[in-house]
Design a protein around this ligand. Structure first.
Ligand SMILES: O=C(O)[C@@H](CO)OP(=O)(O)O
Length: 247
């Protein structure tokens, strides 16, 4: 049996301000820092050991990983940082307040933009100052790999090559992985692992900073999954994420 641990980053400044974030590179709040350290403590108390860590190229996920590994005295672990684990790109919504957007366009429309499988938010213009196409961390990508918007289906499509070519082979080779990523890149992985339907994925929300453990069989099919720590608190935190898009 293999164990895979997924952690959504701790609360970010734009989570606190309830803004659509996507590929915008915001940092953790003091609460987010505490959540990340608490995640590390839960993993340490649970006796979890890892051989390699994966994260995105966004500061909030990288810092969450470092804070958690620091609690575990495992800052020395090898880390793979990859853009394919970045948050889903939120297009022209990046920077807007979620509740204000829901007041303007309606809760239903915002739910579609936030959670539908295949309807992307309106795209950024390529020359929009918010576009990440000029960001040096993406300089080696072809410009079309730097999205102007994404639906979850697009995020699944860009996460899966990393899973298939790097993460899954590492797990099959016996490596224990911890992944520090984002609400929607984790939803993409979970959708694939649990084979969740396009309709049911709308209801899945990932709380900040709580380790989500997947037990996988020899062919990487999930046996079961659970949040570490207080299950009721994890469920309440996921429900709070769901209601962030209400006007
Ligand atoms: O803004 C975002 O990028 C994500 C994660 O914070 O939000 P949502 O839960 O609305 O997909």
């Amino acid at each position: 049996m293999h164990k895979l641990v997924l952690i959504r980053h701790g609360e970010s400044t734009w989570n606190l301000e309830n803004r659509f974030t996507g590929w915008t590179d915001v940092d953790l709040t003091p609460t987010g820092i505490a959540q990340a350290a608490a995640a590390g403590r839960l993993l340490k108390e649970g006796g979890y050991e890892f051989d390699v860590a994966y994260t995105s190229v966004l500061t909030r996920a990288i810092r969450t990983l470092h804070l958690a590994l620091d609690e575990m005295d495992r800052l020395w672990l090898p880390v793979v940082k990859h853009w394919r684990l970045n948050e889903r790109h939120y297009g022209a919504l990046q920077g807007l307040n979620k509740a204000e957007t829901a007041k303007q366009y309606g809760d239903e429309q915002v739910l579609v933009w936030r959670r539908s499988y295949d309807t992307p938010p309106p795209p950024l213009e390529p020359n929009d100052p918010r576009s990440e196409r000029g960001d040096p961390r993406y300089a080696k990508l072809t410009p079309s790999d730097v999205p102007l918007t994404e639906c979850l289906k697009d995020t699944v499509a860009r996460v899966m090559p990393l899973w298939n070519e790097s993460m899954a082979p590492a797990i099959l080779a016996g490596k224990r992985l911890v992944v520090s990523a984002h609400g929607n890149s984790i939803r993409a992985l979970v959708k694939y692992l649990d084979n969740i339907s396009d309709d049911d994925i709308v209801g899945l929300n990932i709380p900040n900073g709580i380790p989500l453990v997947y037990e996988l069989d020899a062919s990487l099919k999930p046996i079961r999954h659970y949040y570490l720590g207080d299950a009721a608190a994890a469920a309440a935190a996921a429900a709070a994420v769901a209601s962030q898009g209400k006007g």
